[in-house]
Write a protein of this length. Structure first.
Length: 106
């Protein structure tokens, strides 16, 4: 089985999330990106507790593309410090995991 990662990345709104998602797939940094249009995030930033509505990208990529994906997001994301959290995929439908690996091969 290929090493696959699921990456979570919050965005200020659905439009930004969709633009980033399209860019990631076009650059072959992601095989698929799901955009959850409205989530609520509570966090501390610059000493203040914030409570915001955001959109969440759920990004599927190959482990070998993770560094490039992170670099791309840092360069294109509107946040000063974007959320980029990668989770390993332990199991999955082999055909799907192969597809992710194939779509994200450089």
């Amino acid at each position: 089985m290929k090493a696959i990662r699921v990456v979570l990345c919050s965005c200020p709104d659905e439009r930004v999330a969709q633009e980033l998602a399209t860019g990631l797939v076009e650059a072959r940094l992601a095989a698929c990106v799901n955009v959850l249009p409205q989530i609520r995030s509570t966090y501390r930033w610059q000493g203040a507790v914030c409570d915001e509505t955001e959109s969440l990208m759920v990004i599927k990529t190959g482990a070998t593309r993770l560094a490039a994906l992170q670099e791309w997001l840092v360069g294109h994301h509107p946040y000063d410090v974007p959320e980029v959290v990668a989770l390993p995929v332990e199991q999955g439908l082999p055909a799907y995991l192969e597809w992710v690996a194939r779509e994200t091969s450089s």
